[in-house]
Design a protein around this ligand. Structure first.
Ligand code: K7E
Ligand code: CUA
Ligand code: CA
Length: 671
C-alpha cells in the first residue's frame, strides 16, 4: 500500500551516535564514553545492533529511581486482572487483582475486603463463586473530557460485570453484576464528566420470566441493553438507583464510545448481527456450514450504528412515566427509546468492530473487520439528519434509520481487517489492521485541522503480529498527547524464545514524534490476553495517590471500628466468637498465639501499625487457606469458623525485615 504523507526520516544525533539505520553501526565515529571506558557505538556494534535498535533502547531506557512519563493500564483479558506498565520503559509495575483472586494482594483468600468485593460481584443464581473475568476495556474517570486519574473502570466481557479500581490505592473496591446483561462488550467508557460509565450487552439476554427462550423466538424474546451506570463522585462506586438501561434489539451490540465536545451527550454503539443469526450448524445429524453464525451474521451489507442521546434518556427516566423495572434496573423500553428520540440507527458497513470518537468529538470513526475502509460519520451531519428526520426507514423494531449518505462524511481505505482507532494531537488517526498486522496512520478532516489533505492514508507501520487494540498517550481524551503509541498484538510467533505451546502476546511501543513512525521496543506479556489500554500522564496520579492514616479501612477511607494502636492489642471472647485485635509490625504479631476451641469463630482484626511506606506485612494461615496483605496503616478483618481441630502455623508472607522469618505465630484449635 502506497504511503502518501511526508516521509522525512528524523534521525537524530542519538541515532547518528551509533551510526543511524542507513549507515549501519560500522560507520559510527562519534562516541559517548561510559564510566567503564566503553564507547556506546562500539557496544552497539559489538552486540550487533542496528542504529535504529540502539536508538530504540536509548529512547526507552528509564534509569532506576527515575520514573516513566506515562502509565498504561492494560486489560489482562481472561486472567481477570489489570496490568500497569510504565512508558516508555515498558516495565511491568503491577498486576492489579480485579476479577480473579491474587494471593500477593491478599485478594480472595479470606479477608473482608477482597472476599467482599468478589462475592458482591458474584450472583449466586449464576454461579457459586465467580472467580474469573475477561477484562476488555479499561476507562479512566474524566473531568471535562480529560483523564482525572481518580477511578478506573473495566468490564468483564464474560460475565456481564464491571469493576471499579480506586486509583488512590490501586485496589478494586467494587464489582457490579449488571442486571440483564449476560455478557458485555460495549464499554466501559465514561462520559466526559464521569456522569456515567457505559456498558452494553454482547450476546442478548432472553427477557422471559424463566430466563429461557427458544432460539426460534430470538427476535421476540431476546434483547440487548445499553447500560448507563451513575457514579458516586466521592467513592467512584456505581449507584444502581440512579442508573438506567435502554432496551435494544437483539443485534449483538459491540464496541461503544462516548461523544465529547461537539458530540457531548451522545453515545455510539456498533452492532454486527442485525441478521439476528443464532447459529445451529447441526440439524438431524447433518452438518450445514451455511447455517454457521459467522456465515449468517455477515449476510447484510450493513449493520447499525446505534446513536444514543443519554441526556434525553436521563430526562425520560427522571420523568418516571413509561419506565419499566427489570431485575431491579430501570429500563427504557425500545418503543419509548425510538419514539422519544433517544435511539437512532445509522447504517454501517457490515460487521464493524471499533467505534471511536475523535478528540474534538466531530468524527465518529468506524473500522469494519470485513471492510478495508474506515468509515467516518460527522456529528454535524448526524444532528442535522436527526433534526430533519432524514430517515431511510425504520428497522423491524421501529427504530428510525438515518439516511447513510446524509451522515457519512468520508471513507478512507486503510488495509485489511481494521479494528480500533486512536488519535494524536495533530488531527491524525491510527487504526489497527488485524489481518495486515499493521497500523495505518491517516488524517481526519477540517474539524481536526486537515483540509486539503483530509481523510488520507499517510503511512502504515508493520506490527508483529495480528494487532488488536492500540493506544496513544491520553488518546481518547479531548487533548491527546501523541508522543507514544502501544500496539497490543495477539500473536508473537518468533519474537521471543519459545516458552511452551502458549506464546506470550506482544506489546510494541511506537514513537509518534518521528516521521515515519518508528518501532521502539517489544514487550512480551506474561499473562493474557490484553485488549484495551488507557495511557495517562503519570503526574496526574500524584495528587490522587494516598497513604493510609493509622487504622484505615480502605473500603471506606475512614477509621476502621476495629483499628487499634500499639498497646491496645487484646483477645475478647463473646460466646463462640473470639475477637482477636492484633497488631502487625516488624517483626512480630501481637498477640502471636491464639487459643481457640473447635466450633469457635475467630474474628481477626489486624492493624498494621507501621507508618513507613512500603512496610507491608502478610498474614497467612496456610492450613486454613487464609492469606492477607496488610499495608501500613491498614486494618484487615478475617472471619474464620473453626470446624477442624489442630495447631495451625501463621506467618508473614511479605519479606519485611531481617527477622521476617521470625514473624510467625500459632492458632490453636482445641478439640
Ligand atoms: Cu477488539 Cu474486546 Cu476491544 Cu479485544 S475487543 S481486540
Ligand atoms: Cu512482616 Cu514479614
Ligand atoms: Ca452483520
Amino acid at each position: 500500500m502506497a504511503n502518501k504523507g511526508p516521509k522525512v526520516s528524523r534521525r537524530t544525533a542519538l541515532g547518528m551516535l551509533v551510526g543511524g539505520a542507513a549507515a549501519g553501526v560500522a560507520g559510527a565515529k562519534i562516541g559517548l564514553s561510559t564510566s567503564s571506558g566503553g564507547d556506546l557505538a562500539a557496544i552497539a556494534a559489538d552486540r550487533g545492533l542496528t542504529g535504529d535498535q540502539a536508538e530504540g533502547a536509548l529512547r526507552t531506557f528509564v534509569p532506576g529511581g527515575e520514573f516513566d512519563e506515562y502509565l498504561i493500564f492494560a486489560s489482562g483479558g481472561h486472567s481477570g486482572q489489570m496490568l500497569v506498565y510504565g512508558v516508555p520503559s515498558m516495565r511491568l509495575l503491577k498486576v492489579i487483582a480485579v476479577f480473579s483472586p491474587d494471593a500477593w494482594q491478599g485478594y480472595g483468600y479470606g479477608t473482608d475486603q477482597g472476599d467482599t468485593v468478589l462475592d458482591e460481584g458474584s450472583d449466586p443464581a449464576k454461579s457459586d463463586a465467580l472467580r474469573w473475568g475477561d477484562t476488555h476495556h479499561p476507562a479512566i474517570s474524566e473531568t471535562e473530557g480529560q483523564y482525572d486519574g481518580r477511578f478506573l473502570y473495566i468490564n468483564d466481557r464474560a460475565n456481564g460485570r464491571i469493576a471499579m479500581v480506586d486509583l488512590r490505592d490501586f485496589k478494586t473496591k467494587q464489582i457490579f453484576d449488571v442486571p440483564n446483561l449476560q455478557t458485555s462488550h460495549g464499554g466501559c467508557f465514561v462520559t466526559p464528566n464521569s456522569e456515567y460509565v457505559h456498558i452494553s450487552s454482547m450476546s442478548p439476554s432472553p427477557v422471559t420470566d424463566s430466563g429461557y427462550a427458544p432460539l426460534s423466538r430470538y427476535a421476540e424474546d431476546f434483547r440487548g441493553f445499553s447500560t448507563w451506570l451513575a457514579i458516586d463522585q466521592e467513592t467512584g462506586r456505581f449507584v444502581k438507583d440512579k442508573s438506567f438501561q435502554i432496551e435494544l434489539p437483539p443485534y449483538t451490540q459491540d464496541l461503544a464510545d462516548a461523544g465529547k465536545l461537539s458530540s457531548y451527550g451522545l453515545g455510539f454503539i456498533n452492532s454486527y448481527n442485525t441478521e439476528m443469526a443464532t447459529g445451529g450448524v447441526m440439524h438431524d445429524g447433518q452438518i450445514d456450514p451455511a447455517a454457521a453464525l459467522e456465515a449468517t451474521a455477515t449476510k447484510n451489507d450493513y449493520d447499525f450504528l446505534h446513536i444514543i442521546d443519554w441526556q434525553k434518556a436521563e430526562a425520560f427516566v427522571g420523568s418516571g412515566s413509561g419506565v419499566r423495572t427489570l431485575n431491579g434496573m430501570r429500563v427504557i423500553p425500545l418503543e419509548a427509546a425510538s419514539g422519544e428520540g433517544i435511539l437512532h440507527f445509522a447504517p454501517e458497513p457490515r460487521n464493524p468492530h471499533g467505534v471511536d470518537v475523535n478528540p474534538t468529538g466531530d468524527y465518529i470513526c468506524i473500522a469494519g473487520k470485513l471492510d478495508p475502509n474506515a468509515s467516518v460519520y460527522s456529528i454535524d451531519r448526524i444532528k442535522a439528519a436527526i433534526d430533519s428526520q432524514d430517515y431511510e426507514g425504520t428497522d423491524p423494531f421501529g427504530v428510525p434509520i438515518l439516511e447513510l449518505s446524509s451522515v457519512l462524511e468520508a471513507q478512507v481505505e486503510l488495509g485489511a481487517g481494521p479494528l480500533h482507532t486512536q488519535f494524536d494531537d495533530k488531527g491524525y488517526a491510527y487504526t489497527s489492521l488485524f489481518v495486515d498486522s499493521a497500523i495505518a496512520k491517516w488524517s481526519l478532516g477540517p474539524k481536526a485541522g486537515h483540509d486539503a489533505d483530509a481523510f488520507q492514508l499517510v503511512e502504515t507501520l508493520p506490527i508483529h503480529y495480528n494487532i488488536g487494540h492500540l493506544v496513544t498517550a491520553e488518546g481518547d481524551t479531548v487533548s491527546p498527547d501523541g508522543r507514544y503509541m502501544v500496539a497490543l498484538n495477539k500473536w508473537s510467533i518468533d519474537r521471543f524464545p519459545p516458552v511452551g505451546t502458549l506464546h506470550p502476546q506482544n506489546f510494541q511501543l511506537v514513537d509518534l514524534t518521528s516521521e515515519p513512525m518508528t518501532l521502539l521496543s517489544d514487550t512480551p506479556i506474561g499473562v493474557g490476553e490484553p485488549h484495551y489500554v488507557q495511557m495517562i500522564r503519570r503526574d496526574k496520579l500524584k495528587g490522587v495517590l494516598r497513604l493510609y492514616e493509622p487504622g484505615t479501612d480502605p473500603m471506606t477511607w475512614s477509621r476502621s471500628p476495629f483499628a487499634i494502636a500499639a498497646g491496645e492489642e487484646r483477645i475478647e471472647r463473646q460466646g463462640q466468637d473470639l475477637h482477636v485485635y492484633m497488631s502487625a509490625m516488624r517483626s512480630h504479631y501481637t498477640p502471636d498465639v491464639v487459643e481457640a476451641r473447635l466450633g469457635d469463630t475467630v474474628r481477626f482484626h489486624i492493624t498494621n501499625i507501621e507508618q513507613t511506606p512500603d512496610a507491608t506485612h502478610g498474614f497467612a494461615i496456610p492450613g486454613l487457606n487464609i492469606q492477607a496483605s496488610i499495608d501500613p496503616g491498614e486494618v484487615v478483618n478475617i472471619d474464620l469458623t473453626l470446624d477442624r481441630a489442630g495447631t495451625f502455623a501463621m506467618y508473614c508472607t511479605e519479606f519485611c525485615s531481617a527477622l521476617h522469618l521470625e514473624m510467625q505465630g500459632w492458632l490453636q484449635v482445641a478439640p
